[in-house]
Write a protein that binds this ligand. Sequence first.
Ligand code: PLP
Length: 445
Amino acid sequence: MKRDYLIKPVINESYKQISYGSGVYLYDKDGKKYLDGSSGAVTCSLGHGVKEIIKAMNKQAEKVSFVYRSQFTTEPAEKLAETIAKLAPADLNWTFFVNSGSEATETAMKIAIQYWQERGQYRKTKILSRWMSYHGITIGALSLSGHTDRRYRFVPLLDENPVISPPYCYRCPYNESFPSCGLQCANELERAIKRIGKDHIAAFIAEPIVGAAGAAITPPDGYYEKIREVCDRHEVLFIADEVMTGIARTGKMFAIEHWNTRPDMIVLGKGLTAGYTPLAATVVSDRVMEPILSGSKQIMSGHTYSANPQSAATAQAVLDYMKDYSLTEAAREKGKYLLNKLQHLQTSSNMIGDIRGKGLLIGIEFISNFKNKQPFNKQMNVTNMIVKQAQLNGLLIYPSAAGIEGDSGDAVLIAPPLTITELEMDELVSLFKKTIKEIENQFGI
Ligand code: PLP
């Protein structure tokens, strides 16, 4: 069939067709039930089929689903921008809506460059980032992403933006431990800025807690405070990429709030609409907007679907729901429960090296040797084996990466909807335990 011909080259043959979702569960067309232990791609924070969200979506669809952003504004888009300004820390009061996390990263890159141009500094165009990071799949956002697997095909098109190590205490690049390390990984930023020259650097971008390319690598206290201080001293903007960590996932509305740090911009996506429609955003501070507003007054970024009223109304309903059900606090408390249960599992496992994260963003790193933390051989494809086996057992988890040599080691993310109950978390842990035991038996370990 023609349709098959088009779909097969990009879609794995073993993919099942999902018929519907309800709460933390998805059901495929053969009636098999899956516990969504990763909220899809860490996106469906409220779970599936939430009535309040569907009602709000229908209500907006009856009014208007599309207007062209250069001709009109809409009530849902204006209201959402106001809500985000109230939720965002410090003076982050301006929101530009786009459709995906990648576009939101690109928008932040452009605004950073424009900020310095408006101040007459035309050479400040480079954005620095970290290895073991993911900021999106478009060429600009991929340039920033220190995710070697995703970069390698496009290297000729990419800038060399990742320049420093992540704050990866489990495998400290300096062979030190916190706090005696003196946060050398943060000091690296200063060395990179000096090497490249601050006159060329517009901004530094980082995921407050690493997602796809580092399985919830969580920095030690003081790390972001130091990063902020280095950025300020060298006149470099700081962008927090909260596409995965934002909107309550880690037990704070924005993960950067776990540390006493004010970013100049925040990049949002995923949890903003909890997967009900596509919407992402770049949230910008008054300080960054000031020269733009008194200069060219325009940002050269915008897509046909930017600020789509249908998506804006959906995001508003999601944020209202989160407030009504105190889901930020729930993520914090449930995260402690789940982390504790998973750490208990670690004591009887022969391949779980590290478990880390905050709130309901939990990373699990697998190793083949406990003495030297040796990762499994990349050819064994252990992450894929675990994710597939979990799916067979009716549990969905998210493939991530780890390992000191870039991102070649094995890891997964566990990040269920923030609405998950204690009983469902027990079920998640029991399905995960079964999966790990089966894989260990297969390896004879
Ligand atoms: N930034 C981070 C931290 C992400 O995790 C992702 C996606 O996983 C992106 C950006 C890109 O978002 P999208 O897939 O919506 O383009």
